[in-house]
Design a protein around this ligand. Structure first.
Ligand code: NCD
Length: 343
C-alpha cells in the first residue's frame, strides 16, 4: 500500500490486516511506556485545512507512539492566510522531506492530487464530502470489538448523509465486512442514487428496530449553503436517536463531534450502548496500524526512498535484521513491539 486515499482501495483482506495489527498495537497503549520504535527516524506531517479534534490528535498520538517525528500544520495562522495555494504549501513543506502527509481539506479529491505532487505517502484524513477512510477503519475495529463479527449485521446510518464523507467511506467498508447497510434521513439529505453503493434507503425511522447497529451522523451545517430541513427542532422531532427510538441491545455509534440534543439525545449518548468513546480510542491504534502499513510495510518504498528507510546498523541490531524492510506480516512481534526505549 503506497497511499490511503479511499476505502475503495482496500479489499476485505487489507481491512482485516489493518484491524488485526491495530489490535496488536492496543497492547502498547496499555503499557507504562506507550511507545515502540517501529517508525523511528520517519517524519509525519499533519496538514489540516479544516477543524479537527479527534482525527488530528489521534494521528499525532499514533505517529508519536511509533516514535516518528511529527510536524503539525494548521492552515489558520499559516501562509495560507496570505494566499498560498495547496500545491505551493505542499511543495514548501515537502522540503522538510516528510515520509507521510496526513491531509484534511474541504476539497473532494485533494488527497489524490497531493499524492501526485510529492513523494510522501498520503493519508486522506477527510477530503470535503468525499471520503474519510481511517474513520471507516476505526469504526470497523470498534464494531469488531463490540460484536465479534460484522458479517450479517444490519447497520443503519442515520442523518445528514448528503454532506458526509464518513457515510460514503462507511457504507463501503461495512459492506465489505459482510454487513447490510441502510441509510435513513430526510429526503433532502439522502443523495439520489446512493443505492448504487449497495445500500438500502429509508426516509423514516419506522423500521429502525431491525438494526443491530445505529450510526448517527452530525448535521453538517458548515457544508450546507442553503436550508435542507425546516429547522433543527423539526429534524430532531423526526430523526433524533433517543431512548424512545433505540432499544438497549442496539450499538450506537457517531464519528463526533456530536450536536447533543440534535441528532442524539444526551441520554443515549451517555448510555452504555453508545460506542462513541471506544471509537475515539480505536482511532489511535487504527491510525498506528495505517502509518505502520504505509511506512514500514514491504510494498511502500520506491528505490529512492529505500535508502532513507534502512535503519542505522545500531538500530537494526536491536530491532532484528531487516526488520525495517521486511513485510510487516513477516516481522516478528518482538521487532515491532518488543522495544520500550524508543525516544
Ligand atoms: C467527521 C469529519 O470531520 O468528517 N468527524 C471526524 O472526523 N471524527 C464527521 C463530522 O464532522 O461530522
Amino acid at each position: 500500500m503506497r497511499h490511503l486515499l479511499s476505502i475503495e482501495d482496500l479489499d476485505r483482506d487489507a481491512i482485516e490486516r489493518i484491524v488485526a495489527r491495530a489490535a496488536r498495537f492496543a497492547e502498547v497503549s496499555d503499557r507504562e511506556i506507550k511507545k515502540v520504535p517501529a517508525l523511528r527516524g520517519r517524519m509525519v506531517l499533519n496538514l489540516f485545512y479544516e477543524a479537527s479534534t479527534r482525527t488530528r490528535s489521534s494521528f499525532e498520538l499514533a505517529a508519536k507512539r511509533l516514535s516518528a517525528d511529527v510536524v503539525n500544520f494548521a492552515a489558520t495562522g499559516s501562509s495560507v492566510e496570505k494566499g498560498e495555494s495547496l500545491k505551493d504549501t505542499v511543495l514548501t513543506l515537502s522540503a522538510h522531506k516528510p515520509d507521510a502527509i496526513v491531509l484534511r481539506t474541504p476539497w473532494a479529491g485533494a488527497a489524490e492530487l497531493v499524492s501526485g505532487w510529492c513523494s510522501a505517502a498520503i493519508v486522506n484524513a477527510g477530503d470535503g464530502k468525499h471520503e474519510h477512510p481511517t474513520q471507516a477503519l476505526l469504526d470497523v475495529y470498534t464494531l469488531r470489538e463490540r460484536l465479534g463479527a460484522i458479517d450479517g449485521a444490519s447497520i443503519w446510518i442515520v442523518g445528514d448523509v448528503a454532506h458526509s464523507r464518513v457515510a460514503r467511506s462507511n457504507i463501503i467498508a461495512f459492506q465489505r465486512m459482510g454487513a447490510s447497510v441502510t441509510v435513513a434521513g430526510p429526503p433532502t439529505l439522502i443523495p439520489r442514487g446512493i443505492e448504487a453503493l449497495g445500500c438500502d434507503v429509508r426516509y423514516t425511522l419506522a423500521e429502525l428496530a431491525s438494526a443491530d447497529v445505529v450510526y448517527a451522523l452530525r448535521m453538517q451545517r458548515e457544508r450546507m449553503s442553503e436550508t435542507w430541513v425546516p429547522s433543527l427542532r423539526e429534524y430532531a422531532a423526526w430523526y433524533q436517536l433517543n431512548a424512545g427510538r433505540l432499544t438497549p441491545r442496539q450499538v450506537l455509534m457517531h464519528p463526533g463531534p456530536v450536536n447533543r440534543g440534535v441528532e442524539l439525545s444526551g441520554e443515549v449518548l451517555d448510555s452504555p450502548q453508545a460506542a462513541v468513546t471506544a471509537q475515539v480510542e480505536a482511532g489511535v491504534v487504527v491510525r498506528m496500524a495505517v502509518l505502520y502499513e504505509l511506512l514500514a510495510g514491504a510494498s511502500a518504498p520506491s528505490p529512492r526512498r529505500r535508502g532513507r528507510q534502512i535503519a542505522p546498523a545500531s538500530d537494526r541490531a536491536r530491532t532484528g535484521p531487516g526488520a525495517e524492510l521486511s513485510d510487516a506480516e513477516g516481522v516478528p512481534d518482538a521487532a515491532i513491539f518488543g522495544m520500550q526505549d524508543g525516544a
